[in-house]
Design a protein around this ligand. Structure first.
Ligand code: ZN
Length: 471
């Protein structure tokens, strides 16, 4: 049996097990660093398949590495399984939480983690039956939603020694994620002043809230003088206790994003200068706390091309009438114009993607194409700075359904998501096996990576003493 047939046959046989895993994780959603249920399921499933499993990893209880084979080349496959807070939802076409206020898989990470594990299992099986040398390593990465898990793992050297890395993300199209993504700093600015009665002795008070508001005003002016691709967003996490007390403590939380890490660092310094100025103006003191940080994603075009070839070989997810009916019903719940706005923001048209479900493999998709920069950030960025990395997307939800919505939870828990998941597992497995067998491909990917890096080593963007918030 050829390797293509072998992978397809094996994963079709594993389908009930993989579907059950994805369903089980979807039914037991947990947020970042708390995803113990999913991590345990994946550890057990991979151990049962004969993987050597290491968990916890990098001091994180819900991080895991599962490995099979030995020696070079070493091919990594990434998985995530964290859910989002407050987005509990049934797998139906109307808004109905399973448990009001509980988390939900609104980014489809229940599929993301299982597809990668399924791919790794298929690679292991083919290595054994076809005598293919090398190592396949599955990385269970917690807390993607807060852009933390992989960065902490990267800081501890977990991704070192890899020759190629494959991953994916749920979306409404079957295509490559060939665009770069934004680097980011997430940080909290805390101001400390002095309380006083706001009416009888305001002159005795030093308002930390004034410092927060002046910082925000300063940053609003700053926005005119940064590159237009940068994004600076914030929320006030603490503004005081009561209007009649001059607030002695206030805090504002910023994200700074830009296409390159160096740009983020420059803008971050300027935001800090604004905050220092606000502290000076208000006679308060300032504390800076880095919450998270990541690099931009750098796609490896060589591996991408192999991945696209395999996606076409496998063929798109075989959605049936029931899937299309659910997709239509979910799409009908979107506010008027939302699907069109989503298409516009990705620079694509419905006829290219497919409506309501993507029934083909799209070569290039608008702003996900090579050379584009997505304004969002992902901690896959840090992995892509350490080893040649490629990622794909698969149609796990109807056209225009945004991630982080109840419709996305419903879709990720339905047959739509699970069919897409199997398409991904097959595509990733075949590409990993290509990399293991084709020295020329591997060398070309490495050369491309070295050229991109220009001889610079990976530098972890989070402080050396920052601990993962796992407690
Ligand atoms: Zn996600």
């Amino acid at each position: 049996m050829s390797i293509v047939d072998g992978v397809v046959t094996y994963l079709e046989k594993q389908r009930p097990q993989l579907d059950a895993l994805a369903r089980d994780i979807w039914e037991n959603p947990q947020t970042g660093f708390k995803e113990t249920y999913a991590a345990r399921l994946l550890v057990d499933a991979l151990r049962n398949e004969g993987f050597r499993v290491m968990a916890p990893v990098a001091g994180i209880g819900t991080a895991l590495v599962a490995e099979s084979g030995s020696g070079a080349p070493v091919i990594g496959i990434l998985g995530e399984y964290d859910a989002l807070p407050g987005l509990s939802q049934r797998a139906c076409a109307y808004k109905e939480p399973v448990d009001q206020g509980a988390p939900g898989h609104a980014c489809g990470h229940n599929l993301l983690g299982v597809a990668g594990a399924g791919a790794a299992m298929a690679v292991k099986r083919m290595m054994e039956t076809h005598g293919i040398g090398g190592t396949v390593r599955y990385f269970g990465c917690p807390a993607e939603e807060t852009l933390m898990g992989k960065v902490f793992m990267a800081r501890e050297g977990v991704f070192e020694g890899l020759d190629g890395v494959l991953t994916w993300h749920p979306m409404y199209a079957n295509t490559l994620w060939a665009a770069s993504s934004a680097a980011l700093n997430s940080f909290k600015l805390s101001f400390h002043g002095r309380t006083a009665h706001a009416a009888s002795a305001p002159e005795a008070g030093r308002s930390a809230l004034d410092a927060v508001m002046l910082t925000d005003i300063g940053v609003n002016y700053l926005r005119e003088h940064v590159i237009p691709e940068a994004r600076i967003h914030c929320m006030v996490t603490h503004g005081g206790e009561a209007p009649n007390i001059v607030p002695e403590y206030a805090q504002i939380w910023y994200y700074v994003r830009a296409p390159k890490r160096t740009q983020v660092e420059q803008i971050y310094e300027r935001v800090l200068n604004v905050a220092r100025g606000a502290a000076l103006m208000t006679d308060t003191s300032l504390d800076v706390e880095i919450v998270a940080a990541c690099h931009e994603y750098v796609p490896n075009r060589t591996i991408q091309q192999a991945l696209l070839r395999n996606m076409k070989e496998v063929g798109p997810p075989p959605f049936d009438e029931e899937d299309v009916a659910l997709a239509r019903a979910l799409k009908a719940t979107l506010p008027l114009g939302m699907a069109e706005d989503a298409l516009r923001s990705y620079g694509v048209t419905a006829d290219v993607v497919g409506d309501p479900l993507c029934m083909n493999v799209v070569d290039e998709l608008g702003t996900l194409s090579a050379g584009e920069v997505q304004p969002v950030s992902t901690d896959v960025g840090d992995v892509s700075q350490i080893a040649p990395t490629a990622q794909m997307t698969a149609c796990c939800m109807p056209l225009g359904v945004p991630l982080h919505s109840w419709q996305a939870v419903a879709s990720a828990g339905s047959g739509i998501g699970r069919k897409a998941m199997l398409f991904v597992a097959k595509s990733l497995a075949l590409t990993a096996l290509d990399l293991m067998q084709d020295d020329t491909l591997l060398t070309k990917a490495r050369e491309e990576f070295e050229t991109q890096r220009g001889g610079t080593a990976y530098e972890c963007p989070i402080p050396a003493d920052l601990k993962p918030p796992t407690g």
